[in-house]
Design a protein around this ligand. Structure first.
Ligand code: AHG
Ligand code: MN
Ligand code: MN
Length: 341
């Protein structure tokens, strides 16, 4: 018989920590915090559960496919679920009294919910459904978010958002994969939670994650190789000669999540079609860069004029600005940079 306090018994009854209690515990370190942050994270957690449900039942409810000609601000075809996920996030965050401004990759303009003098302390920026063109074929997609402070002295919504990534107070993503995973950093390391459908809660499964220092795999859309700058082509030749593996899903959240856990490097170089890169600085690159750096990795621009510049140091000039991206294990990012500089 297994006694209740035996090691074997304890192994089957782990001390469950929910996302909610994790945040409450973190806030205890800041006695003046007042719970605002907990409310925002709980809105994101609720939105994530709702989007996860929509993603999983999309084919049954017939909400796959594109929105019927609608294009977003980037000129890309909007999927029905892009719009649904966007609405869910807007609704959940709109109810939180400390959220001043929300901005979505899908919307041309940010939305001002309340001013600083009405209690609006934070801005929340998000890519509601990253990788959404993969939805029809049941490939993992994700939500990416970034939280910034609202400067009450700046009247315009876009201007208050145009802060470099080093100013992010939190960032994270939710991956709707074979399980629903919530990865979060508030600047004190990276934590990972998995949705337990029976409990309806995100349960902590990883503390202070560290990205492997190296990993013999690269993640890039190699079909564009002909239009990459020379240094990227040379890096790919080097990687081929050294028996690296190629892994590319085409959903940034999925590709970066794999690299966070297994090591390797993710690249979206400049191309002839997108000379400044394709990925969105504020909705995609900055939050992922904060997570990777907090886990001990590197996240650089990889542009011709500033290859080793940190993504999080770019001062945005527009909220929908794009950038090239190289991020992942520190040794692998350095290897790419050795071919770019
Ligand atoms: P989104 O679905 O939010 O528009 O983002 C798609 C992004 C990103 O997830 C992925 O890494 C990249 O686009 C893929 O681009 P290519 O198809 O050009 O490889
Ligand atoms: Mn995206
Ligand atoms: Mn998107």
């Amino acid at each position: 018989m297994i006694m209740s306090n035996s090691p074997a018994r304890r192994a089957h009854c782990p001390n469950l920590t929910s996302l909610q209690s994790h945040i409450l515990k973190e806030e205890e370190q800041f006695p003046t915090a007042g719970g605002d942050f907990t409310w925002i994270l709980s809105a994101l957690s609720l939105a994530a559960k709702s989007i996860a449900h929509k993603v999983r039942t999309a084919r049954i409810e017939d909400v796959l496919g594109d929105q019927g000609g609608a294009a977003n601000v980037h000129g890309e075809t909007q999927q029905k679920l892009d719009v649904i996920a966007n609405d869910i996030l807007m609704t959940c965050l709109g109810n939180r009294p400390s959220v001043a401004v929300v901005a979505s990759e899908e919307d041309e303009q940010p939305t001002i919910l309340r001013r600083g003098n009405q209690g609006g302390k934070y801005c929340v920026i998000f890519d509601p459904l990253d990788g959404s063109s993969n939805l029809d074929v049941c490939v993992s997609v994700g939500t990416i978010f970034s939280i910034l402070r609202n400067d009450p002295n700046i009247p315009g919504a876009a201007e208050t958002l145009q802060q470099p990534g080093i100013k992010q107070v939190a960032a994270g993503y939710i991956l709707y994969g074979s399980s629903t995973v919530f990865v979060l950093t508030t600047g004190t390391g990276v934590y990972m939670f998995v949705l337990d459908p029976a409990l309806g809660s995100f349960v902590r499964v990883g503390d202070r994650l560290r990205i492997p220092a190296s990993g013999r795999s690269y993640s890039v859309n190699e079909a564009y190789r002909h239009s990459f700058p020379d240094g990227f082509r040379q890096y790919l030749d080097w990687a081929h000669a050294h028996d690296y593996s190629s892994r590319y899903i085409g959903s940034m959240v999925s590709d970066v999540h794999r690299i966070l856990l297994k090591g390797g490097v993710f690249l979206y170089p400049p191309t002839q079609k997108n000379p400044g890169g394709k990925l969105r600085l504020m909705y995609e690159a900055n939050p992922m860069a904060m997570i990777i750096e907090q886990a001990g990795g590197k996240a650089v621009i990889g542009s011709t004029d500033n290859p080793a510049g940190r993504l999080v140091e770019i001062v945005p000039t527009g909220i929908h600005q794009r950038t090239s991206v190289v991020l992942g294990s520190p040794d692998e990012v350095d290897r790419v940079l050795s071919h770019l500089t």
